[in-house]
Design a protein around this ligand. Structure first.
Ligand SMILES: Cc1ncc(COP(=O)(O)O)c(C=O)c1O
Length: 361
């Protein structure tokens, strides 16, 4: 009470406007220092502004003529596919702009339920749950699933969203060296004391395009009684004979327990993410997963685009099959770049961002 009065007296000595002003001045100083440090470290990210739709050929503000685009994760070119756009327009017309609600309050439409069923069928899993993004799916999975009795074992180069999701959970955390199965085995042995063990990995790693050795991971998981989680953002829709992903490519579809992936890359490229896996896990996520519970439903137009993208992939294998061939025809040789057979077919294992500015058309 006494301390409260002293604090109140000190605060009221300075006029409120001046106090707010000096706090803002202090904030500006702190922010400028931080921004300067980013520039100094050479990690400043500037954004190119497109004046066209996403695609292999784009127009960019300030650049005359079209340029070839190697930077987007528009792996199958569906972001601007006429049927995908038409499906988005139809969903917008039929279901409106958005739900103004979370799923469990008043935000679930048939288009959401149909898309979840379609995703589960596509991955041959029991059920699926939609999120506003895969970042959210990763942020919402581990905390809902794992408790302090459990353990999670994570590849050190996993995507930032997996790392953040794991940070939020209270399970014991083990980080194994990138793709290092000897290290993973050692960590699995250490983790035997915990109730559940979950190995978490990207299917295809986003920076270098290297692919997780899922066969070996699943083999170790089975030996040490662990579950396997794979982030398939850079695989869904095009890796494997029918585009199911890394698990199909490596023949372990029946051994990977949980898959998280995005609708924001190969599957139409708008936004949205999902978890697919065992029915009771999906049910638990609907009850406990915070990004699902406390954020708005996926906009119907976005759901419509993704749904059409999945239809295109399941109706015919043509789009998927031509992908590898097109990759081989890329101008990598003339850019002095090399395609490695060990990496992702659409990732040249190097930074093509700056090359993308070269004018090709
Ligand atoms: C491996 C991986 N996981 C998750 C995400 C997040 O996906 P989204 O854009 O749907 O949030 C990304 C996006 O870059 C990614 O590359």
């Amino acid at each position: 009470m006494w301390a409260g009065r002293v604090l109140h007296a000190a605060l009221s000595a300075a006029p409120r406007g001046r106090r707010a002003q000096s706090a803002l001045t202090q904030l500006r100083g702190v922010l400028e220092e931080e921004l300067e440090a980013i520039r100094g470290a050479g990690t400043w990210k500037s954004e190119r502004v497109l004046t066209s739709r996403q695609g292999p050929r784009i127009h960019v503000d300030g650049v005359s003529g079209g340029i070839l685009n190697f930077c987007a994760n528009n792996y199958l070119g569906l972001s601007s596919h006429p049927e995908v756009i038409q499906a988005g327009l139809q969903a917008l017309e039929e279901f409106g702009a958005g739900l103004s609600s979370t799923r469990f309050i008043c935000g679930t439409q048939t288009i959401h339920k149909d898309l979840e069923a379609k995703i589960a069928r596509f991955h041959q899993r029991e059920d699926a749950i939609l999120y506003p993004s895969c970042f959210d799916a990763n942020a919402g999975l581990f905390e809902a699933l794992l408790t302090p009795q459990d353990a999670v074992l994570s590849d050190e180069l996993n995507h930032a969203s997996i790392i953040d999701g794991i940070r939020l959970c209270k399970a014991h955390k083990y980080r194994y060296r990138h793709l290092d199965m000897t290290d993973l085995e050692a960590k699995l042995q250490e983790a035997q004391k915990h109730r559940l063990r979950l190995v978490a990995t990207d299917g295809a790693f986003s920076m270098d395009g290297d692919i997780a050795p899922l066969r070996e991971i699943c083999h170790l998981a089975s030996r040490y009684g662990a579950l396997v989680f794979v982030d398939e953002c850079h695989a869904t829709g095009f890796l494997g004979a029918t585009g199911r992903g890394t698990d199909e490519l490596l023949g372990v579809m029946d051994q990977v327990t949980v898959i998280n992936s995005t609708l924001g890359k190969a599957l139409g490229g708008a936004s949205g993410g999902y978890t697919t896996g065992p029915g009771p896990l999906v049910s638990l996520l609907r009850q406990r997963s915070r990004p699902y519970l406390f954020s708005n439903s996926l906009p119907p137009a976005v759901a419509g685009c993704a749904s059409k993208a999945l239809d295109l992939l399941t109706e015919s294998n043509a789009i998927i099959q031509t992908m590898a061939a097109k990759t081989q025809r890329s101008p990598s040789a003339s850019l002095g770049l090399r395609l490695s057979p060990l990496v992702h077919p659409a990732d040249l294992g190097t930074d093509l961002g700056s090359h993308a500015r070269q004018e090709w058309v």
